[in-house]
Ligand binder design. Sequence first.
Ligand code: HEM
Length: 469
Amino acid sequence: MMTRLTATTPRWDVPGPAGIPLLGSALDLRRDLLGTLEKAHRRYGDVVRFSAGPRGLRIVMYAVFSPEGARQVLTGTGRRYTKGNLFYRETAAMFCDGILTSEGERWQRQKRFIQPLFTRSRVAGYVDVMAEETAALIDRWRASARHGGTVDAAEDMMRLTLAVIGRVLFGDDLNEATPTLRDAFPVISAHVLRRSQSPLRLPASWPTPANHRAGRAQRQLYEVVEDIIDRRRATTAAGRDEDLLSLLLRAREPDAVGADALDDAEVRDQVLVFLLAGHETTATALTFALHLLGRHPDVQQRVRVEAEKVLGAGNLTPTVERIAALTYTTQVVKEAMRLYPSAYGMGRQIPEEEVIDGYHLPPGADVFVSPWVTHRDPRIWEQPQRFDPDRFTAEQEKQRHRYAYLPFGGGPRACIGQYFSMLEATLATASIVRTFGLHAPAGPVALSTGITLRPAGSVPLTLAPQPLH
Ligand code: HEM
């Protein structure tokens, strides 16, 4: 039974599962994080206290599930809600302290440099790369489709989005970096996650095999990016490139006294953030959009009709205007991200006491909002398990709380790449559906809750050479 709070005086006794002696909820959270969160929401309400680990080493977290609670946490980001939690500290230690994890003055400075690189007109300049990489993927898939073959959407969408963000960042230097990016990222991500979830952590400097492995992957990643930066420093003065790296190297603070620029380490940190934040997330959105379309031929057909109308049966060059006209396809991508938000949880720490949704939370508390749970709240979404892109018509969107749907977070630390990834995912979805008929096997896709939510294994998609009319 959901506990409804009626008292107006904030309470201190935040409800939550006791879990098993000594370990608290550690095992439940590790075994089935998403199911445990959903169950706790149903049972205890919109604010839930979880504790994990033995006394003395216990990690306590407060989950905040209501849209209004999420708004408070995300828009209060800054002094009142910091990113000082374990997850972000571990991320900063391994991936550097770029704009995703930095705080205060440092974050503001980085944001001033980086925001201008993600304006709508700048991002519009990346559509050609998105279109070319999508066309290359479609060419590869044509060969499979001729034999009614099956592809792995999860793997191929990762390849696509890494190629897009890689080319946007590095231009022609991408090929040199690709093998390292592919190998090092999963090792570091797994390491960050293990350490941020474990109450028992040896110092990262200790020579354990796990620390060795992660340290080696980190060095490889830094080296490949630093080499590219070094070489680029030598050539950008000539104004050679318009890729994101060159723009970062040339960026100057607009109102700074003297020409303040990012130094090489800061540039490297931002590059790593874009790679970390910018490819797995978009790949997951695309993978699930395609899987769901493969399960829902009626929706697939509506996307196809729209894609043919907007992009033409031949090859009209995609532009931001044309992508903006793909309104139903955009709804499909949004609905896929409602059901499978790659950022399934976002954590903050509160330096001082706060009252959220009628409960006092103590100073130093770790809080997190969970798009996974909020996106499946039956009080907000009718039949939340159902795939229904019509939830995202403009009229429907207007009627919901702004924070009922938060795949890109919100407030000052909201995703900087939202427009970029929506363009990329919408264009790729429409282009693929215009070319192939998609069929996906029945049954749920197993999920992995790593740094982001993603499919645990392959996501098979059977392709028909001609769209299924
Ligand atoms: C579907 C794709 C994506 C999703 C679902 C997503 C989601 C998010 C979310 C939820 C946050 C906020 C994290 C928090 O509040 O703790 C975030 C932040 C961020 N994202 Fe994304 N993201 C996506 C794609 C991208 C892309 C393509 C880029 C860049 C190329 C990017 C760059 C960033 C950066 C730099 C931040 C940190 C902003 C700040 O703290 O000021 N993201 N993203």
